[in-house]
Design a binder for this molecule. Structure first.
Ligand SMILES: [Zn+2]
Length: 179
């Protein structure tokens, strides 16, 4: 299980904004998981054109191509209100606010749990890795996606000793609880 803060801290120390963003982007470019060519029989399916039109290009790149949004680009990253986080692709409830934790120096959404039966797992290989070579297994990330429509959510990472899901806010709609 890759330790998320190790990557980030090392790249921050290098002092390059480009390298900070290069980690998630490189992962995305080599993602083994891609919603658009997965043959799993999802309950909700759409053509690529329909997905693009529905989601818009930015969300399409993340949710259907396995990309990673920029840090703090989603207004939900530090949302702390009570409510539900639903898949933008099919409206399935994926997370509850009770499982959300804000990690100030990261800028993505972090959850300790997903809704039971809402998520499926995939594998994302780091840049340059050969998926058929077992030596890369320890550096491959556990990817999570919606079980109803296959849209990419994010990854599991170990952050400060806790196993957390690091999620793209653009993949979710937040519905505040009734006051
Ligand atoms: Zn979905």
């Amino acid at each position: 299980m890759p330790e998320f803060p190790e990557h980030t801290r090392r790249q921050m120390l290098a002092g390059s904004a480009v390298s900070i963003l290069a980690m998630p982007a490189a992962t995305a470019a080599n993602a083994a998981y891609k919603a658009s060519d997965d043959t799993f029989p999802y309950e909700v399916t759409r053509s690529e054109a329909e997905w693009r039109e529905m989601l818009g290009e930015a969300a399409y790149q993340i949710m259907r191509e396995g990309g990673t949004e920029q840090q703090r680009s989603s207004p939900l990253w530090n949302e702390t209100g009570a409510g539900e986080y639903n898949c933008k692709g099919c409206d399935l409830k994926i997370y509850d606010s009770r499982w959300k934790t804000v990690i100030e120096d990261k800028g993505w959404l972090f959850f300790t749990h997903g809704e039971p039966n809402a998520l499926l797992l995939g594998i994302d290989w780091p840049e340059g890795a050969d998926p058929s070579d077992a030596k890369y297994d320890v550096v491959a990330s556990v990817e999570t996606h919606c079980r109803r429509c296959g849209s990419h959510m994010g990854h599991y990472f170990i952050v400060d000793g806790r196993l957390l899901q690091c999620i793209n806010g653009i993949s979710l709609n937040f519905e505040p609880a009734e006051a």
